[in-house]
Design a binder for this molecule. Structure first.
Ligand code: NCD
Ligand code: ZN
Length: 342
């Protein structure tokens, strides 16, 4: 069997949820990744260092016996976050970043920022102590077309924010457009994460033979030209682009609904999905740096020292997985995939 051995990767954008849901999904991530940047969009959100410490303890307690995993925590930025909280976060070394959600942009974002200028003093403090700002880069204005929300966010908010805080280190999370790729390339102190779904699928996947809720995530899948731009960025060997699955579990009935939740679950088979995407453009030699080198470099952390191996063998992605007292449907459920972590 053809195999691919890589330095163990990390996931720089992950939703673990809490309680029984977290216990159900965490082992999948632990199997593939050594560390993950854990998103703070719980209900209620993780807003303070004290809350992040408690959430971290709950994650650590849920790691399967005998396995190792380091959760890298984030704080959820609100209109009321104080600069002092940033200084406390810097002191507490387990908090690695602050997450900005425009209020109402995505799952559990109602407590997000209503007006970006309210955070000026916080951004000042973050710039000073070199605390990265992770951005959900979409406008929420209902008058803006769903497929333009990332592009408009860059023009309307990100360019001015960059001018106001030129040294603030930022990650434009889960980029989905060629405009985002171009902006990241042209801007200092700016990196981006890319998900497997945005590398593998375009918006046609949402409507293939009928409405496909398990392909619905935010930012939404875009047209093919954007997917090609993302795949070009991910496989370019540019350290500004690194792995972030945005694996976002929801119960099946939350997705298969008249008003379904946004989020794709990929923690089960993330590395296999990325391998397939990289292989599609003959760039498997670029996968290790994207998955295992550029993220630690951005966050100033050491690379992992152990390795994982993917074998070239075809298997069928399960139809569903246990999820607390219910189930979830993984990305591309029921279909074949040509790589398997061994
Ligand atoms: C995420 C979730 O479910 O928490 N959903 C998603 O579609 N990506 C939130 C987010 O990252 O936008
Ligand atoms: Zn996310």
């Amino acid at each position: 069997m053809e195999t691919l051995t890589l330095t163990r990767p990390d996931d720089w954008h992950l939703h673990l949820r809490d309680g029984a849901a977290m216990q159900a999904v965490l082992p999948h991530t632990v199997r593939q990744f050594a560390r993950a940047i854990v998103m703070p969009n719980l209900r209620p959100p993780v807003r303070t260092v004290v809350e992040a410490a408690a959430y971290r303890d709950r994650i650590l307690a849920a790691i399967p016996a005998g396995q190792e995993f380091e959760p890298l925590m984030t704080l959820y930025l609100t209109d009321n976050t104080r600069p002092e909280e940033i200084l406390a976060a810097k002191e507490a070394e387990f908090v690695k970043a602050v997450k900005y959600y425009p209020a109402g942009a995505t799952t559990n974002s109602d407590a997000g920022v209503t007006e970006i200028s309210k955070c000026d003093r916080v951004f000042e403090a973050m710039q000073q102590v070199s605390m990265p700002l992770l951005l959900h880069g979409e406008v929420t204005d209902p008058g803006v077309d769903m497929f333009d929300r990332e592009k408009v966010f860059i023009e309307k908010y990100l360019i001015p924010l960059r001018e106001q805080f030129p040294l603030l280190r930022m990650v434009l999370e889960h980029v989905t457009t060629s405009e985002a790729v171009e902006f990241v390339l042209a801007t200092d102190n700016m990196a981006a994460t890319i998900t497997p779904q945005h590398l593998l699928f375009n918006r046609n996947s949402l409507f293939l033979g009928g409405l496909r809720p398990h392909y619905y995530c935010l930012p939404i899948l875009k047209r093919e030209t954007h997917r090609e731009a993302l795949l070009g960025a991910a496989t370019s060997g540019n350290p500004k682009f690194f792995l972030g699955t945005d694996s976002a579990p929801h119960p099946r009935n939350g997705k298969e609904s008249a008003c379904g939740c946004a989020g794709c679950f990929s923690a089960l088979h993330a590395m296999e999905l990325y391998a397939e995407a990289f292989e599609s453009v003959n760039a498997l030699d670029k996968l290790e740096a994207f998955a295992s080198f550029y993220g630690p470099a951005f966050y100033g952390l050491p690379r992992n020292s152990d390795r994982i191996t993917l074998g070239k063998t075809t298997w069928r992605i399960p139809d569903e997985l246990p999820f607390g007292d219910t189930e979830l449907v993984p990305l591309r459920a029921g279909e074949a995939i040509g790589w398997k972590m061994v």
